[in-house]
Design a protein around this ligand. Structure first.
Ligand SMILES: C[S@@+](CC[C@H](N)C(=O)[O-])C[C@H]1O[C@@H](n2cnc3c(N)ncnc32)[C@H](O)[C@@H]1O
Length: 270
């Protein structure tokens, strides 16, 4: 068979075109997302890694009777105080996982048609919690991330349960800010944590000694109220309830309704 030069040329051109097309497709493909580098913060590595990186210690701390002992019998009351703020079928974010049945109770309060996202920085804790809750509570979702970093979602309620006392002051500020900025206009943030026990409290100095030895950042919650960690704290209404002679606190922040529009109508007529 005789092949004309023009035919050969056409064939070469067609091949080159298809090659260029393939290259175009490749050049338009979005590059694979680089995994965000999430580092476990220094305070956790220094003070809590033994606990949080060990399945055995976690399994022990997961026992409700032990949590009750550690919290002087207040475990159930604090969980109830937290869950009473949650609306059924709402969208909730918890910053930092917990031991015991706090997350289970929270998931029950959210209900199957709600959503409960739990952000935690520690891989061991995340896999422990996923194993424990995944099949029982389909409304629960676990996210590996730092509670200091903004989440691009809006929530009805953000819960910060016994997390702040673990954090150094700069992280406390970032977490409080992050929580406040993750709620919608009618949303709220619920903080449950330690606070300063009353002067007459018989356990005051024992707890103080324990904090100084093992929880170096907890005492800041004795000196300062949680609202002082927020930059624009006047934009929120803060409500504080104390438990067990002031040793624990629940602080609820809701957005203050705006009394005026951003661009005032008066300025229009000036
Ligand atoms: C919220 S506290 C809860 C421990 C507490 N004793 C309890 O009541 O169960 C501990 C959890 O918070 C997580 N955590 C600490 N710092 C964090 C951070 N910056 N971002 C996300 N999770 C954090 C830890 O990995 C751990 O799983």
């Amino acid at each position: 068979m005789i092949t004309l030069i023009s035919d050969v040329q056409k064939e070469v051109e067609a091949k080159e075109e298809s090659k260029a097309g393939a290259e175009d497709v490749i050049s338009h493909e979005t590059p694979p997302q680089t995994q965000k580098n999430i580092r476990v913060p220094l305070y956790q590595r220094l003070f809590y890694s033994k606990l949080y990186n060990s399945y055995n210690w976690s399994a022990l701390l997961d026992k409700n009777w032990l949590l009750n002992l550690i919290t002087f019998g207040m475990n159930k009351k604090l969980i109830q105080a937290c869950c009473s703020e949650i609306e059924m079928h709402s969208k909730v974010l918890q910053l930092g996982g917990t031991f015991g049945n706090q997350l289970a109770e929270l998931a029950d309060s959210v209900g199957y048609y709600g959503r409960l996202d739990v952000v935690d920085i520690n891989r061991t804790q995340l896999s422990r919690m996923e194993g424990k809750y995944e099949t029982l509570y389909p409304q629960m979702h676990f996210i590996r991330g730092n509670a200091e970093d903004k989440i691009d979602e809006e929530y009805d309620t953000v819960v910060c349960y016994m997390l702040l006392h673990e954090l150094p002051i700069a992280s406390k500020t970032k977490v409080v800010e992050n929580a406040l900025h993750s709620i919608g206009d009618n949303g709220k943030v619920v903080f449950i944590d330690y606070s300063q026990p009353n002067y007459w409290h018989p356990l005051r100095y024992i707890v103080r000694m324990f904090n100084r030895l093992y929880q170096p950042f907890a005492e800041k919650l004795w000196d300062r109220s949680i609202d002082t960690f927020a930059k624009d704290n006047l934009d929120y209404i803060w409500h504080r309830t104390c438990y067990f002679g002031g040793m624990y606190q629940k602080v609820v922040a809701v957005k203050r309704p705006k009394m005026y529009e951003a661009t005032s109508t008066v300025s229009k007529y000036l």
